[in-house]
Unconditional design. Structure first.
Length: 259
């Protein structure tokens, strides 16, 4: 736990799934976590062959990542009671295409606009599954993943849900924005099937705690992607890692299941 922490929460990880270019299987993630595989050398796309062709054609690269990790995480599982989707930048590619079209004096189609909003992936996945469970789609800057974990904890702690599927999904901004502070370093999606923490430690527990960040603490232009660090923590365990967002320092810790 961080010294003089302002707070801390813990949830049980029933199951998880992740995807990045070149990292589509548990074995590949194990190699990556052991620093024996460089995902930047791959241009692989997520497998969404299970999606009907008519819908698949409407999926952006971001939505494809969401469908892949969510479906993999829920394979053989009962549907969760609620979903929390989080993305710092969301469908920026489609948004930029619309803005470029407006600059060329082109009109915007309703379909293009409807697929450029922040909850695009959430709505398409719920439609595909015929799932009417409530979902939240949020963005919180450098603390996007942490805010989503807090949202999931709130749903579980309040009793509004017994299990929550958290889905992180993001892509780096284009070169036009190079030089801006960011912790989104590559295409990545992560799904965590969360449930209330169990004192018996029947499953791995993920703890998130936080404290105020020093006012004079400079932020790096390229910080570690928290989602990738959470994956590394889930695989390797070991020392906690921190994400300093300038206002708060967040710390992630894994408590392994009982032997």
């Amino acid at each position: 736990m961080i010294e003089e922490s302002l707070g801390g929460i813990e949830l049980s990880i029933a199951r998880w799934s992740a995807w990045a270019p070149g990292l589509s299987t548990p074995a590949a993630w194990e190699k990556w976590a052991a620093d024996t595989l460089d995902p930047s050398l791959h241009a692989e796309k997520p497998d969404v062959s299970f999606v009907p062709a008519m819908l698949r054609r409407r999926l952006s690269s971001l939505s494809r990542m969401v469908f892949h990790v969510a479906a993999t995480c829920l394979d053989g599982e009962a549907l969760p009671d609620a979903y929390v989707y989080c993305s710092r930048y969301g469908e920026y590619e489609r948004g930029f295409e619309i803005l470029a079209g407006l600059a060329r004096q082109e009109s915007v189609s309703p379909a293009a606009f409807s697929h450029s909003v922040h909850n695009t992936s959430a709505s398409l996945f719920s439609i595909d599954r015929g799932d009417s469970a409530p979902y939240t789609a949020l963005a919180a800057g450098a603390a996007t993943l942490e805010s989503a974990f807090l949202e999931a904890w709130t749903l579980l702690k309040s009793g509004e849900a017994g299990r929550v599927l958290l889905i992180y999904h993001d892509e780096p901004l284009p070169p036009l924005y190079k030089g801006q502070e960011t912790n989104v370093t590559q295409n990545c999606a992560l799904a965590l099937l969360l449930q209330p923490s169990k004192t018996s430690l029947e499953t791995d527990q993920l703890e998130l705690s936080w404290q105020g960040s020093p006012a004079d603490s400079p932020l790096p232009l390229e910080a570690d992607d928290p989602a990738l660090q959470v994956v590394r923590l889930l695989i390797n365990g070991g020392e906690p890692f921190t994400n300093d967002t300038g206002r708060l320092i967040w710390q992630w810790t894994k408590h392994a299941r009982a032997a």
